[in-house]
Design a protein around this ligand. Structure first.
Ligand code: ATP
Ligand code: MG
Length: 334
């Protein structure tokens, strides 16, 4: 990674952010902002693709997502925040890019394919949803982003972005857009509290960064463990056991985790006891985040102002990029 790399990521304002978002990309952003120019985008147009019938939800969650960003330590002095829909040039570039990808290629994107299935779209699949990865290519390249910190599920989307960008560059024999690389997190996929492969707000299996201590406790107590571990003295399985998966990620006392695992596997350690321990670990982890969130929430107008000011800056960068694009495609009238 060269110093001139530019980092771009974002999240859809469809709800507050959860522990999956934290390990998948927020954590990395806090680290990367000290080394690179970093942009963090609130992807309201992307959220619109499956919430066009309820835009108020997006409007309400812009502030919530911003509060989560500030609470985890993404710093407006080091990172430029912006709102996707406040940068009209992204939509312009998206339209151009739509011509550099086939409909059949879009339908083969495994991440999108899985989402279409999960949402049960069938014949109701919209062009907006099917083409959201093209929008992502435009999001990243409008600021000439080269690094995207994200979970492993974003790999196919980055691959598709690179295909589009390469085709654009080669069609006009230009070198406007650099190759995009994903910066994968150590934890590629945090499971949901129900034991399903991915924590996701749409699946109702998430622990949110803004959850209170009590809510965290409740969610952990219903967490999926080893279904065959019925009695305390029975040996239990660690593999696929969500409680241990979370301890592996969030407990800094690795020795303790190893000793709990050994006890659990040997028999004699009950689920309730390990869950109570996990509640403590998670609440300790979340406490400073909650405190900072509450502090920033005192002045929501100031929070919104940060992202509006950032959007003004990004509009200037985007306008420069579009000048180059227009020149490349010979439609530079003025
Ligand atoms: P959700 O899936 O919770 O409804 P979303 O669709 O808005 O929310 P995604 O697009 O799935 O969010 O994820 C945004 C970013 O956070 C991506 O980089 C993704 O890889 C990461 N991420 C989300 N959930 C997880 C998870 N459970 N484990 C690791 N990374 C995750
Ligand atoms: Mg998702």
């Amino acid at each position: 990674m060269a110093k001139k790399d530019i980092v771009l990521t974002g999240d859809r304002p469809t709800g507050p952010l959860h522990l999956g978002h934290f390990v998948g990309s927020l954590q990395k952003r806090v680290e990367l902002q000290d080394k690179y120019k970093q942009f963090v985008m609130i992807a309201d147009w992307q959220g619109f693709t499956d919430n066009f019938d309820n835009p108020q939800k997006l409007r309400d969650n812009v502030t919530q997502v911003m509060l989560d960003y500030l609470a985890v330590g993404i710093d407006p002095k080091k990172t430029t925040f912006f709102i996707q829909s406040l940068i009209p040039q992204i939509a312009e570039l998206y339209f151009i890019y739509l011509n550099f990808v086939t409909v059949s290629r879009l339908g083969r994107n495994p991440t999108v394919k899985a989402e279409i299935q999960q949402k049960g779209y069938g014949e109701n699949l919209t062009a907006g949803f099917l083409t959201y990865p093209v929008h992502q290519a435009a999001d990243i390249t409008i600021v000439k982003g080269t690094l995207v910190p994200a979970g492993a599920d974003q790999n196919p989307i980055i691959e598709q972005s690179n295909e589009i960008v390469r085709k654009f560059n080669s069609t006009y024999n230009v070198d406007i857009f650099p190759e995009i690389k994903i910066v994968e997190s150590a934890v590629s996929r945090l499971p949901g509290t129900d034991g399903k492969a991915k924590m996701s707000k749409s699946m109702g299996n998430a622990i949110f960064l803004c959850d209170t201590e009590d809510v965290v406790a409740k969610k952990v107590m219903t967490m999926y463990t080893d279904p065959d571990h019925i009695k305390v003295d029975m040996p239990g399985k660690i593999d696929g056991n969500t409680v241990f998966a979370y301890l592996d990620v969030f407990d800094t006392d690795k020795q303790m985790v190893e000793s709990l695992k050994a006890q659990y596997q040997a028999g004699g350690l009950g689920d309730v006891k390990v869950k109570k321990y996990l509640i403590e670990v998670l609440n300790n982890f979340l406490e400073p985040i909650r405190l900072r969130r509450n502090e920033f929430a005192q002045d929501k107008e100031a929070v919104l102002d940060i992202v509006i000011k950032g959007s003004e800056q990004v509009r200037c960068i985007a306008a420069d990029t579009m000048l180059e694009v227009r020149k490349a495609i010979h439609l530079d009238y003025i």
